[in-house]
Design a protein around this ligand. Sequence first.
Ligand code: 6PG
Length: 245
Amino acid sequence: MGSVKRRVAKDVNELFGLAARHIAAAAISSVNERGRFVLALSGGSTPRGVYRFLATLDMPWPAVHLFWGDERCVPPNHQDSNYRMVRESLLDEIKIPKENVHRIMGELDPPEAARVCAEEIQAVFKSPTSEFPLFDLILLGMGPDGHTASLFPGTAALNEASGWVVANEVPQLNTRRITFTFPLINAAREVMFLVAGSEKADVLGKVMEGDPAYPSSLVRPKGDLLWFLDRGSGSGLGKEPDEKS
Ligand code: 6PG
């Protein structure tokens, strides 16, 4: 694994700005080095503020490819759709070629949606299926149970070792989800977690200690791992030598 760094913001608004500016800087650096920026977005609700801020920044959108790290099994205009959340907070505000927006088709049968998403990833990276593609940046959230993307405690997808995107039964939510797998996430050049709220502080401490009972602990990218926290979520953590806040 590359370096592990934390940024602790004083509140969520500062957190949104820090995270959005980091994404924009990563995009500019990636386009300069490799001619494009392949980014996987997180779902949930916290990232909404990051995406709104990102929409105001100078981004090389024509050279950006957007994927989603997971999706609910609903149509794109459903209130639970991660695509809809990103469309409302970001896509409706920017000019990005529509062929660069690779939503997970939650309206399809979940295994078919996972297959189509993996095909789109392969088409962008043009990499053989035997090698995990290297996303430039994967943005993740963390739930109060330590889940990330749709990799929930005790679910089958936690053990997926070869697939890039899978359908995952989530009994605790009585639903199915489509999600990136750990090997795909861990192949990334950089992974950034966005975690806010004191209700996540205890679990975050366990994740930082590497407790495998909490799936976010299993995110150990070949590249760098960055934690973007607020004072609530980071309240249980000691200061790190390189921690900037
Ligand atoms: C989803 C997300 C999920 C999310 C966490 C945290 O589809 O819900 O991908 O993994 O990141 O549940 O969500 P919040 O940051 O909104 O608490």
